[in-house]
Design a protein around this ligand. Structure first.
Ligand SMILES: Nc1ncnc2c1ncn2[C@@H]1O[C@H](COP(=O)(O)OP(=O)(O)O)[C@@H](O)[C@H]1O
Ligand SMILES: N[C@@H](CCC(=O)OP(=O)(O)O)C(=O)O
Length: 318
């Protein structure tokens, strides 16, 4: 029975391959390196979900993201989303009702403290309702999956999770993940061997490897990885990350209150790419980032395990 189900799944993927082949028609070097994309894992950062100016929900951005996902799903691409934003949305609501006196920067520093967890519990329902409403208006079915790192300790959980995600994808339902912050206990980042997660970047990395996605995209508030913090005038956008060339050279300037930060994202991207899943870090502010990637536009920064070999052969760019 299991063999039969595996066969059915493979068969349905292959029948979608035709459409996907058309998608890679405009072959850029990115697309040639990545290959055919049938499954995408999309990680949406808090700064994409909410507006930096006032912390309110970025309705236009999320709307455009849902529209792009709809187009991808209709063209036969499977999309899994990991979205942040629950803490920010809950925080805004509690501040609005004047029941919370902490500033957001203070709260973010105390991420494991009850205030932050309470904010996540308050904000998660609004966050998923937003996605659910937008997707429903576009006739796309979506689903909510809240996980904690502890869950991943069990092999049984992992295989159950992959089965559930696969059956959602088979029914063209978009799985939307977030960490279940309200009840999660933080894992030690030092244990990063791809078995645990401690925020949504590491969760996205873990899931991308677990479901063997064809591409992991980090959508964030900058165009990609720069040689130094983007606010610095001499910062250059890195087109393809090559460990020997960029690892020591890149400088980071983490924002106060940022949980993961760019440096950690780079470590995660490297590990996931080594595991065979290419990663692109790009801007969630572009109205059509995903469509452009699938059409071969070389936006953002690419992490690929063959990057150094490929860059030597094909490109002198950064
Ligand atoms: N070398 C760098 N290249 C790009 N961004 C950087 C760099 N160093 C620091 N940053 C900062 O990292 C921030 C993104 O990290 P983070 O806030 O953790 O993203 P997210 O909330 O999407 O997970 C950007 O706003 C940027 O200012
Ligand atoms: N789970 C939290 C997000 C934690 C997190 O990783 O945030 P970010 O670095 O903005 O992706 C939330 O929903 O607010």
């Amino acid at each position: 029975m299991i063999l039969f189900l595996c066969f059915l799944r493979r068969w349905s993927i292959l029948s979608r391959r035709d459409k996907a082949l058309r998608q890679s028609w405009h072959m850029s070097s990115y697309v040639r390196l990545i290959g055919i994309i049938l499954d995408i894992l999309l990680k949406v950062g808090s700064n994409v979900v909410t507006r930096v100016e006032d912390g309110k929900v970025a309705l236009g951005r999320i709307g455009s993201l849902c529209e792009q996902v709809k187009e991808l799903v209709e063209s036969g691409v499977e999309v899994i989303i990991v979205t942040s934003g629950a803490v920010g949305m809950g925080y805004r609501l509690l501040r609005h009702h004047r029941t919370l006196n902490t500033s957001f920067a203070e709260l973010a520093k105390r991420e494991t403290q009850p205030d932050g967890k309470a904010c996540a519990a308050v904000g998660q329902s609004g966050l998923i309702t937003l996605y659910d409403t937008l997707f429903s208006l576009l006739d796309v079915a979506s689903s909510q999956l809240l996980v904690t790192s502890r869950d991943f300790r069990s092999m049984e959980f992992r295989s159950q999770l992959v089965d559930t995600v696969n059956s959602l994808l088979d029914m063209q339902v978009v799985p939307i993940f977030n960490e279940n912050d309200a009840i999660s206990t933080r894992e030690d980042k030092c244990k990063d061997n791809g078995q645990f997660f401690w925020d949504n970047d590491s969760l996205a990395g873990l899931l991308a490897s677990e479901v063997k996605a064809d591409l992991l995209i980090f959508l964030m508030d900058v165009d990609g990885l720069y040689t130094r913090p983007p606010s610095q005038p001499d910062a250059k956008l890195i087109h393809t990350f090559v460990e020997e060339k960029h690892m020591k050279e890149v400088m980071y300037d983490e924002k106060p209150g940022s949980k993961g930060g760019m440096e950690e994202k780079v470590h995660i991207a490297q590990r996931v790419a080594e595991d065979g899943v290419p990663v692109i870090i790009t801007s969630g502010f572009l109205p059509d980032a995903m469509k452009r990637i699938l059409h071969g536009d070389e936006i953002g920064t690419l992490f690929h395990r063959d990057a150094s070999r490929w860059q030597k052969a094909e490109s002198n760019g950064y």
